[in-house]
Design a protein. Sequence first.
Length: 253
Amino acid sequence: MKNCNSILLFETRPRISAFASVVGKKEAEGPLREDFDKIGYDSYFGQDTFEKAETEMMRTAVELAFEKGEMTREEIDLAFCGDLLNQCVASSFAMSGFGIPYAGIYGACSTMALGLMMSAIAVESGAAKRAVCSASSHYCTAERQYRMPLEYGSQRPPTAQWTVTGAGACVVEVDSERDKKHKAADPEQEEFPLGKRPLKYPPIPDNLSHGVLPNTHMPYIRAACPGIITDFSVTDQNNMGAAMAPAVVKLGT
C-alpha cells in the first residue's frame, strides 16, 4: 500500500467478493427497489423497538452477504461495523452472535466507506484474509438520537434531511489471482503517481448480477481517501448537508 498525497493506493486491490442490503418501505419506493436484497415493510422489522429493528437489519444484511458469497462466519477474520447510535449499539448487538473479531466504527454518513477502507487496509496488510464491513441507520432511531422522538410530533423544517432506513454489508478479501499477477508482464498494471497516467480498471459487464461476480469482473478497491475535518461552525442540527459540504469542497480542491 502506498500513500500518495493522502490517498491510499492498494497494490493488491482487495476485492469485494459478496455484498447485501436490507432497507425499509420508503427506500423501496425509490428507483433502486430492484437492487435491494430484502425490504422490510414493518418499521420494527419484527422487533419491539426501533433500535432492535436496526440491529436486525444489520444482522440480516451480514447473513445475506455470507449466504450469497457461499462462505461461513468461521471464514471471516475481522469485522468493521458501525451505526449512528451511542456506543454503536446496533452493530455491536448485530455482530455479537457471529463470533468474529469486531471493531465498532463511527463515521456518521461515511461509516460504510470507512469500513471498506479499513477492511481493505486489513486485507492488504495481511492482517486478514477476509473482512466484513457493515453500516446501518434507521430514520426513527436517528430522529430520537439527534433531534426529537417521533412521538413528540415536532414539525420538520424544510432543510431537514431524511435519514435512510437500511443496512449494507460487504465482504472484502484477498484476490489471490490478481495478487499473483500483480506487477507481472502487463505494463498497464504497474503503479504510477496520480495525475501522471490514467488508472486502469477491469471492464464492467452490462448485466451485473447480485452477489459474487466472475473473477474477471470482480469489483475491487483501488484507492481510498481519508477525509479532512473542515468546520464552518454550522449549528443547525437539521441541516447536515451544510455541515458536510465544506469538507467535500476542500477535498475536491
